[in-house]
Design a protein around this ligand. Sequence first.
Ligand code: TYD
Ligand code: ZN
Length: 416
Amino acid sequence: MNRNQKHMTCRVCLCNEAVEVLDLGSTPLANELVDNIPCEAQTYPLSIEWCPQCLNIQLSYCVSSQDLYKNYFYVTPKSASLQNHYSQLLRFLQENRYLNKDTHLLEIGSNSGELLQFFQRSVASVLGVDPAENIAEIANARGIRTEADFFNASSAKSLSKKVGPQDLIIARHCFAHNENPGEMVEGVCEILSDNGYFVIENAYAVDTVEQNEFDQVYHEHMYYYSLHSLQALLERYEFALVDAMTSHIHGGSFVAVAKRISGREICKSNTLQRLLERERHVLNLKGVMGFSDRSLGIIKGLHEVITEISSQGKVIYSYGATAKGNTLLNVCGLDCNQIKYCVDSTDIKQGKFLPGSGIEIISEEFCYENPPDYFLLTAWNYSEEIIKKFTEQSSAPVTFIVPFPEIRYIRKNYNS
Ligand code: TYD
Ligand code: ZN
């Protein structure tokens, strides 16, 4: 790789020192499943840049929101580990007094309302905002009030007129979904109560880099935040980080708590200070270039392994019609010639095809009846849960291929 590259603008801190770290070619939109094959899914460049000033990692090329969400299939899965995460998150917010029974809670990117349903009993009111109309409908149908809209200054202003100020605004895994990273914060400024908290949960760049998770790179993820970069962004809007926790969810995430900078000095929790200190040791030039090299190694390795297994006549399915799985398959050059089906529990995904690779999505029930020899775990963030479920439902010998942090194999139901 040419490491004497030109410098680009960091869209978070606005310096002109960002450098490209990984070019993954050109791929289709990862959440846009297709109805028929052969499909001519449109592809868009996929590469990332790193900023040495604020430790931000960002996509070099951003697709418009209109294109990204016109045909959207992400539905929060029913998952025991997700429920467990919600309960840890609630405890963190309650114990540190960011949330109580009087809190009016607003969730940005609330999807089908899973989190709000979980939090409902512990707060005064819940309200969701989500741009995907089909998904907001699902939430409203289950009794979680959800506005189908993008969250920005103008939608927040009109929402504020209707429902009044909100005491806690939470954005889980959607803060990085906007090319203009300040747009959501501008909305928060319009509707957050004076002493309210803004809570952001996002995949953590430290984990992405340390665990070689290049599949987290897709067009929806326009930023790979560190706490440094989040802090740099929020300061532009007179917000400051006060606390953070980390979690294993989605391959390693942070939950950051921010509040308005008032006259008083802002106090950072010990955990936040420790995490900020550690980031400097991971997200430096050597760290991000190491990530790039290791990612290229996994891409080559996985292509070779799957091609070899398939040439032996073994049947391979991928498990999880995930957005990150689509990056993985397309970047590794894998398709329906090597991988027969993709298993996924989400009703609305079944019967459709993965973009680019053209692999058909089937139900878990079909897969228990017709098990393959190998699974490529494209929902590796739920691997424990998925492997447990499969072995409870099927006695067929099968090998799970886990791509991260390096390619490894988990054999189940083999007697010898
Ligand atoms: P997720 O990891 O949230 O994906 P993304 O990369 O798109 O953010 O999605 C997990 C997918 O895995 C989801 O489509 C549902 C599927 N899944 C199963 O099929 N079975 C399971 O037991 C679990 C937990 C998830
Ligand atoms: Zn920057």
